[in-house]
Design a protein around this ligand. Structure first.
Ligand SMILES: *Cc1c(COP(=O)(O)O)cnc(C)c1O
Length: 380
């Protein structure tokens, strides 16, 4: 068969409950005639997430991950006056830095470690030592939803400098930190996205998670126009509520989520065992993540170009996340942001490629991805 006749292996393939199963949920919702505003499905979904995460964590759902991040920034650091900065890597998704600006802050981009692809606490320390009075806090992504193996270093830095950390774990629902703890319980709070493209997907949705019940109460008020119990707006808020049908989808998705994670992790282990020896670096601790995809870092920009080309020729959809890094986006490359030395970020961005992982991949699909990468590297 000519290579271009084979079906495309998509980068992401959402896996949703069937229409017939959702039909009964929708009937329950119309019977209750309650569609949003913390209805029965949303309340059940919230408890189900709390049950899944354990660790005595408090949860509020949100309309999406970006709004969860916005709530987290606003409630953790207060609304900024446009002059102070939030430390974060440039190697992340745009929403991380967008939320700093919506919250009245500016991003101060710091470098990453080349092995973990996670923000470097040493790089942060370098900025904080000289600029403590200009820094309002830290927004720390768990890169690609993978639990940061050096999270304790960040918490030490934060304690030492009296800074709080908002953790952007958008793609990391179900991922674990190296000691086995599920994401959700570190920093001042963590946020998740349940976007259709994330491993735990409901369409549009998200959550804010914290040990602090009062903080979560305020996050619930934030998403409902800043209303308190008497419907008086007591804080700056927005509409960020999750609709009942989305919550119902979430309840169904949670049921077999762990089985899906097992299958995704099997795909990842195949990639890693076949490709590590060929010069493909895998992100540390990714094996314990939910694996929205599998990011590899090649030895050189030439190798990345060959692999990207090889994947396309073999009809495998891949992405070069996060290239370009945020400091090269028009919004963030001027007065809106500061940047520290970003040489690891620049280097990684020229060498990184993300391979598909989804719930429907079979052994042939995995073979095709492995072959495409192997073949591309053998021609170098
Ligand atoms: C997906 C993602 C978001 C945004 O979540 P949405 O639900 O799409 O709004 C934020 N940060 C990171 C790192 C993400 O990957």
């Amino acid at each position: 068969m000519r290579s271009d006749e084979r079906p495309l292996i998509p980068f992401i393939k959402p896996n949703f409950p069937s229409g017939s199963s959702i039909a009964s949920d929708f009937e329950e919702i119309t019977d209750a005639n309650w569609y949003t505003n913390f209805g029965p499905k949303e309340q059940q979904f919230c408890s189900a997430i709390e049950g899944y995460l354990g660790q005595d964590l408090c949860v509020t759902t949100m309309g999406n991950g970006t709004l969860a991040l916005l709530a987290a920034v606003q409630l953790t650091f207060g609304h900024g006056s446009g002059t102070e900065y939030l430390l974060m890597p440039s190697f992340t998704f745009s929403a991380t830095a967008q939320c700093a600006i919506w919250g009245g802050y500016r991003p101060w981009f710091i470098d990453i470690h080349s092995d973990t692809l996670q923000a470097s606490a040493d790089a942060a320390r370098h900025v904080v030592e000289k600029n403590r009075d200009r820094i309002a806090g830290i927004v720390l992504p768990n890169a690609f939803g993978t639990g940061n193996p050096r999270i304790a270093e960040w918490e030490e830095l934060a304690a030492e400098w009296d800074l709080k950390i908002v953790i952007d774990s958008a793609a990391g629902f179900g991922s674990r930190y190296p000691q086995g703890q599920l994401l959700g319980g570190r920093g001042h709070c963590e946020i998740f996205s349940f976007h259709a493209t994330k491993p735990f997907a409901i369409g549009e949705g998200g959550a804010v998670v914290s040990r602090d019940a009062e903080f979560i109460q305020r996050a619930q008020e934030f998403q409902n126009f800043g209303f308190d119990a008497t419907r008086e707006s007591t804080q700056l808020g927005i509409n960020a509520k999750l609709s009942e049908i989305s919550a119902a989808i979430g309840l169904r998705q949670l049921k077999d989520f762990d089985e899906r994670l097992t299958s995704r992790r099997t795909t990842f282990e195949r990639y890693r065992s076949e490709l590590s020896a060929l010069g493909c670096g895998f992100q540390a601790n990714a094996e314990a993540s939910s694996l929205c995809f599998a990011t590899i870092c090649l030895d050189s920009a030439d190798a990345r170009e060959a692999v990207s080309r090889g994947l396309a020729e073999n009809r495998v959809q891949a992405r070069e996340y996060y290239n370009p890094p945020l400091h090269r986006h028009a919004l963030f490359n001027g007065d809106n942001a500061q940047r520290a030395d970003l040489s690891n970020t620049e280097s990684v961005c020229s060498r990184v490629v993300s391979l598909p992982i989804h719930d429907f991949m079979n052994a042939d699909d995995i073979d095709r991805v492995v072959y495409a990468v192997t073949d591309a590297l053998s021609t170098l």
